[in-house]
Write a protein that binds this ligand. Structure first.
Ligand SMILES: [Fe+2]
Ligand SMILES: [Fe+2]
Length: 176
């Protein structure tokens, strides 16, 4: 059984993951409205991933017989000045989440809860990838901000394939 502090913090993290879902959805809709379908598609997919993260955490708490609180979420930023701003916001968000995830792993270790610490390992690895992806994307949109079609071509080239299922990913609640 995880310590109360870990349960509280993981519930807070569930709220952050749902907030990330809403933020990425708002970014996807923004790009869709700007007729940038490849950027939109990328962020629709990122949104689904964030929802999955929340559902993995929910499943963990259910399995541990701990309280799960489905949070309300504050409205995300929906208006952006240029093509770069949403990606800059996304990178900022991923960096913040990385700190939160590391904090959760540390909190688990402090109480000798190695099961929860191990649960957080997958998210630590995931954050390394997400920060790297978003940093790369920020470089691309900054370099080509005056040529959105160049960015769209890059997205189609680099992010067109369906991502395969990650067999090491924790089970998400409701995923069968
Ligand atoms: Fe996430
Ligand atoms: Fe993320």
């Amino acid at each position: 059984m995880p310590a109360d502090t870990f349960v509280t913090r993981l519930n807070e993290q569930i709220a952050h993951e749902f907030a990330a879902h809403q933020q990425y959805l708002a970014i996807a809709v923004h790009y869709d409205a700007e007729t940038l379908p490849q950027l939109a598609r990328f962020f629709y997919r990122q949104a689904v991933e964030e929802r999955d993260h929340a559902l993995m955490m929910i499943q963990y708490l259910i399995d541990a017989d701990a309280d799960v609180l489905i949070p309300g979420v504050a409205a995300p930023q929906a208006r952006f000045g240029d093509i770069v701003a949403p990606v800059a916001l996304a990178l900022e968000q991923e960096r913040r989440v990385t700190e939160q995830i590391n904090g959760l792993a540390a909190a688990a270790r402090e109480t000798g809860d190695y099961t929860s610490e191990q649960f957080m390992q997958w998210f630590i690895k995931e954050q390394v990838e997400e920060v790297a992806t978003m940093s790369d994307l920020l470089r691309v949109v900054e370099r080509s901000k005056d040529d959105p079609m160049e960015i769209e071509n890059f997205m189609a080239r680099e992010f067109s394939g369906e991502e395969g299922d990650d067999p090491t990913a924790p089970h998400a609640a409701g995923a069968g």
